[in-house]
Design a protein around this ligand. Sequence first.
Ligand code: PMP
Length: 308
Amino acid sequence: MQTTEFIWFNGKFVPWDDAKVHVLTHALHYASGTFEGLRFYQTDDGSSAIFRLVEHVDRLLYSAQALHMALPYSKQQICDAIVETVARNNITSGYLRPLVFYGYQKMGVNPIGNPVDMIIACWPWGAYHAAEELDVKVSQYIRLHPKSTVIDAKLSANYINCILPLLEIQGTHYHEVLLLDHDHYVSEGSSVNFFMVKNGVIYTPTLSNVLPGITRDFILILAKKLGYQVLETQITLAEVYAADEAFFSGTAGEITPIRSLDDKLINGGGAGPISLKLKAAYQDVVHGRDKTFSSYLTYVKLENQQHL
Ligand code: PMP
């Protein structure tokens, strides 16, 4: 991976290579952590802007609370630390990874008694998916049951439900997986929310069994602004096979059209017009070209731009 100079670690900036933890860190053993992924983009005036910073920090705080973590930072302090991490590293576009986790003090499954540690890293990161249009396979695993975990929190432990499906397709021609939920309805991809289009209407699964994606939420807003009808509903696999278009959304993955599902071509195997329109509109927003949504961007003054 590409690295940067500093990682924010428990309130201080440390050189990238020095951001280390003990091997008996609780989260390393029991995945007792929560994280966020944000992207920041170079805008047309040359400055850098983080997309939906506050929403990501809100979700992080919600997830930390699900883990009973007493975080020693306010929401504003976390927002400021994220902005400063980009500024100190002087990169104009990339990905940000805040992580809060139970640290090193005592072993045993119950995390209470361990310190709550936090890091924020950022690095340049291009396209997340291996292709511009994805070949997708329905996973043999189902989405975690909503009563087995806090399903709407971005908990590290929930990611076993993303890792195993991805390992399932490792070495095949599939780029991504689609998980069904315990009732056989379509849920989401390994780290992306699912959308489909039929007869000009955009459909996405309800929030009952998906991560409440911040990109998903934005697509609902954006699609309505572009004049589309959008429905949050239960979707069957048969409906996806018969869809006119389908795509995934996520911070890392952005908007990526689905080319095929279980080797059945969608839209004849090419990205559909509504997917492409949303994808372009999304890029306009995150790059600051669409001023209607400028309140969704947090501009960062990079350290090497201070004297410009
Ligand atoms: N579902 C899962 C399981 C994810 O990990 C992600 C990535 N955070 C998403 C959906 C998309 O969420 P967002 O748009 O907030 O990145």
